[in-house]
Design a protein around this ligand. Structure first.
Ligand code: PLP
Length: 387
């Protein structure tokens, strides 16, 4: 027994996430990519960005891609482009999952749109498409519902083709927040997230499945009008040099980030497979009834940006994991409608969203070895059942 404790104490910690460890095996290649840019002297609007845009569009299955500064800007640019092209108007209602990360909602309120918060589907953690459709059918006219944002939260595709087709036929502009789901696929046809809606936002924040060495993002679309509006808006609103057709922004992707992202995009299937492998271990081996596991989605390919379990005593569970040397995190403890910036704004009850916010815990999923995954599993299975 004493010996067992000593061995445990000597075991290394399993951090929730170590970017240093994840990037270590490709550090040289990343440094080479950055050097190539410095040697070229092209820092913006150069060949790396162009190549990255082509490669991401190809990987996603869209005709166009615009590299941008970050994921939030990608969402802002799509929203502005929809307004500039007359697909959305100030005051329009936009359906969005209540439990999403706040970045999905910020551009809507910034631009005078009215987010209509819909409870999630507990299987996907994404918007409940049937509730969204019902809201549209019952109140679409009154609330001028002309848009929907679907977030593929935790790397789970959130898409219902039947409902999406109905909404599309009624002119609803569907935006994908694909910040967490690069490489995921939806449904029988296996269409990639990022190619499902009219336009999609990607984030390459360092902790995402594909991370830059700083901030970066992208917009994918097969709608040429949206693509050119996004491109212009991201560059001061200019469609050609010193010719400004919009009051735009500066949301450009830089060459060093593009070069780094090309290295990682080239490894996307490897990166995804590694996460799926760890998720499979967790799904098969975690058997503690106190922790509810995430669903495997029939017919969909999940990319496990987060592996999220639910438990009633979250604080106790996390403290226990910590005592076993295992890191964890919470995505997200406070939903957007309860954030101070939105105080008093959203008044409809959202009990499921709030229950999720109180019970979700994210386990280590990136850069986790099989041995680590087994240690995490054993620790969880011993929680409260160990005497
Ligand atoms: C990370 C993230 C964003 C924002 O991306 P940034 O690059 O950090 O601006 C938007 N939506 C979701 C769901 C995210 O996870």
């Amino acid at each position: 027994m004493r010996k067992e404790v000593t061995r445990r104490e000597m075991e290394k910690k399993i951090p929730f996430l170590s970017l240093k460890a994840i990037d270590a095996p490709i550090a040289e290649e990343l440094a080479g990519a950055a050097s190539r840019v410095i040697e070229s002297g092209y820092y913006l609007h150069g060949p790396e960005t162009k190549a990255f845009e082509r490669e991401l569009a190809e990987a996603t299955g869209t005709s166009e891609c615009v590299g941008v500064s970050n994921g939030l800007d990608a969402l802002r640019l799509i929203t502005r482009a929809a307004m500039e092209t007359g697909r959305l108007h100030r005051g329009d209602g936009v359906l969005v999952a209540a439990n999403t990360y706040i970045a999905s909602i910020l551009p809507l309120t910034e631009m005078g749109l009215q987010p209509i918060l819909i409870e999630p589907d507990e299987r996907t953690f994404g918007i409940d498409w049937h509730l969204a459709l019902r809201r549209f059918e019952e109140k679409g006219k009154e609330e001028k519902i002309r848009g929907l944002v679907t977030t593929h939260l935790y790397g789970n595709p959130s898409w219902d083709e039947e409902v999406a087709a109905k909404l599309r036929d009624c002119g609803v502009f569907i935006i994908e927040d694909n910040a967490q789901a690069i490489g995921a696929r939806s449904g029988e046809a296996g269409k990639m997230t990022g190619a499902l809606g009219i336009a999609a936002a990607f984030s390459f924040y360092p902790t995402k499945n594909i991370g830059a060495i700083g901030d970066a993002g992208a917009v994918t679309t097969s709608d040429p009008e949206i693509a050119s509006a996004v491109r212009a808006l991201a560059n001061y609103g200019s469609d050609r040099r010193y010719h400004n057709i919009y009051e735009g922004y500066n949301c450009r992707l830089d060459e060093i980030q593009a070069a780094i992202l090309r290295v990682k995009l080239n490894r996307l299937s490897e990166i995804t497979a590694r996460r799926q492998h760890t998720a499979d271990i967790y799904l098969e081996a975690i058997t503690n009834p106190e922790t509810a596991l995430p669903c495997r989605l029939e017919g969909d390919t999940q990319v496990w940006h987060q592996f999220v379990v639910r438990t009633r005593d979250r604080d106790g569970f996390r403290a226990y994991l910590d005592s076993c040397g295992i890191g964890s995190d919470v995505h997200y403890a406070v939903p957007p409608h309860l954030q101070p910036c939105y105080a008093g704004r959203f008044t409809e009850p959202l009990p499921l969203t709030e229950a999720l916010a109180e019970s979700v815990v994210s386990l280590p999923i990136a850069g986790v070895s099989d041995e680590d995954a087994r240690r995490v599993t054993e620790a969880i299975n011993s929680w409260r059942t160990r005497r």
